[in-house]
Design a protein around this ligand. Structure first.
Ligand code: NDP
Length: 506
């Protein structure tokens, strides 16, 4: 049963006739499934993980280790080495040596063979890796198993294919690699982001130093083990977990020729400042506040399901999440009613249970941020709807939530919450929808739901967003470029456009 949170102020919209008269939602035990836990036995966790530099796991010169925990249980999973400035230096030097001596000199087809090998090993070990991803990050196993892992594998296969065909990607140009790439990734899709960064860099003949996020280092370190198993020449891939300072040292190291970053707009701006004037190449994939637009002629059940997938997938920890919903005024009551029904059926809980739809929030820090920003929703006058699902006693959890009566100026409509929280607004005309959707500093993605093909073309052409989905959401393919406008960053990942970020053309 869904519950409607009491209005906090008199400025809130009055309930519609439908809301006053609707029957209470009583699902009883209709949605109770028997537990279907994935076994943890497939995962071999070490007590301690070292840095992966020059093809070997080495203890950190910093002598520091930090704990990585399971956000669903708050249990410590392992200790992980924290790379300091001297470790960053060692990793960059290992990557430089590998670049100069081996990787850039290897025949492109030979490079491709190594990348194919990594892809096949990832595929073979995908069950273990999916479980590890869910344990370290809190995402439901059905997402890590069916989305993160297959896409990560696909990225390696796709880019392996490009390794000896770069002349066809850039006809009439001489294509050469850049050198050592410093790559910094976030915690929302740890292994997938590592694949997005490493696969194209290697295919283009570069070597890499990758820093995973502090809360989710384990699958990147498992990928390091796979690089060893694939006999990748030492130093081609170096993986150095650590904190923000580790990322900062990698960015400012004179040996890195290109920086690729995915994360918050705030840190993206710091990196842009740090690299300005250095001649380093830079690509930034930053935050978003995507609008999903539902027109009155849309298939509403499908649209609502797409909206649910757009915002509650991966607990809303998605840079392109559809966190704003714009609904044509004539169908707002119906859409809100369907949304309320739908969030009541989402199963929240153990990420390793195959029936779980919404897992744990990635960290205590992120939970605090989501709680704080959602609090502004109510205090600024919006009306909160939350699923009434039971929260586990331990771990970090946030109920699927949406707000109605949201104004464009509300913080929940402007700031990236990065959690399972949706801001619902209305519009009357297509022009108003476009105006409102674009009225935001971000421009990463958008969604349009309508029955009319001509409307799709008309509206999508006006959206200032890097990716616009029509009658679907959150669809990814390695051949399809992804990236943002405005404060969502610049540069593309995936497809031919993504290769451009890792080559010099003359
Ligand atoms: P950050 O941008 O801080 O983290 C992304 C990566 O950058 C992590 O590996 C992080 O390391 C590293 N990093 C942090 N500071 C620096 C620095 N000064 N120089 C170089 N690298 C650095 O995101 P947070 O994890 O702090 O999340 C904060 C908010 O950012 C979220 O609430 C969300 O709104 C947004 N976000 C957006 C993402 C996106 O894909 N668009 C992804 C993640 C977050 P470490 O993990 O050690 O901090």
């Amino acid at each position: 049963m869904a519950r409607v949170i009491e209005e906090a102020s008199e400025t809130k919209p009055r309930p519609s006739a439908w809301e006053r008269e609707r029957p209470a939602l009583e699902f009883g035990s209709a949605w109770d499934y028997a537990p279907a836990p994935e076994s943890r036995d497939h995962v071999r966790l070490a007590e301690r993980y070292d840095l992966f530099i020059g093809g070997r796991f080495v203890p950190p010169k910093s002598r520091k280790y930090f704990a990585t925990i399971n956000p669903a249980t708050e249990d410590k999973l392992a200790e992980v080495a924290e790379a300091g400035a001297a470790d960053v230096d060692a990793a960059v030097k290992a990557a430089q040596e590998a670049y100069q001596r081996r990787w850039s000199k290897l025949k492109p087809a030979e490079r491709g063979k190594y990348i194919y090998r990594i892809a096949r090993l990832l595929q073979e070990q995908s069950r273990e890796l999916a479980i590890l991803e869910s344990m370290d990050g809190g995402k439901p196993i059905k997402e890590s198993r069916d989305v993160d892992l297959p896409l990560a594998v696909a990225h390696f296969f796709y880019h392996a294919g490009w390794a000896d065909k770069l002349d066809y990607a850039f006809p009439r140009k001489t294509v050469s690699p850049i050198g050592v790439c410093g790559q910094i990734i976030p915690w929302n899709f740890p292994l997938l982001m590592a694949a997005w960064k490493i696969a194209p860099a290697l295919a283009c003949g570069n070597t890499v130093v990758l820093k995973p996020a502090e809360t989710t280092p384990l699958t990147s370190l498992a990928l390091a083990r796979i690089c060893q198993e694939a006999d990748l020449p030492p130093g081609v891939v170096n993986i150095i977990p650590g904190a923000g300072e580790t990322g900062g040292a990698l960015v400012s190291h004179p040996g890195t020729r290109k920086i690729a970053f995915t994360g918050s707009t705030e840190v993206g701006k710091l990196i842009q400042r740090a690299t300005a004037g250095t001649g380093k190449r830079l690509t930034l994939e930053l935050g978003g506040k995507a609008a999903n637009i539902i027109f009155e002629d849309a298939a509403l059940d499908q649209a609502v399901d797409g909206v649910v997938n757009g915002i509650y997938f991966n607990q809303g920890h998605v840079c392109c999440a559809g966190s704003r919903l714009l609904v044509q005024e004539s169908v707002i009551d119906t859409v809100v009613a369907k949304l309320e029904h739908r969030i009541a059926t989402l199963r929240l809980g153990d990420p390793l249970d195959k029936n779980t739809d919404v897992g744990a929030i990635n960290s205590k820090m992120q939970l605090d941020r989501i709680t704080e920003l959602s609090g502004y929703g109510e205090s600024e006058g919006a009306r909160m709807y939350q699923s009434s699902c039971k929260l586990p006693e331990k771990g970090y959890w946030f109920r699927p939530t949406f707000f109605t009566g949201v104004a464009q100026s509300h913080r929940i409509a402007r700031e990236e919450i990065f959690g399972p929280v949706l801001a619902v607004m209305t519009f009357r005309t297509p022009d108003e929808a476009v105006e409102k959707a674009n009225n935001i500093p971000y421009g990463l993605s958008a969604g349009v739901w309508t029955d009319k093909g001509s409307k799709i073309f008309k509206i999508t052409a006006k959206m200032r967003a890097g990716v616009v989905w029509a009658n679907t959401f959150n669809k990814f393919d390695p051949a399809s470029p992804f990236g943002g406008y405005k404060e969502s960053g610049f540069g593309r990942e995936g497809g031919v456009h993504g290769l451009r970020a890792y080559v010099e053309l003359s």
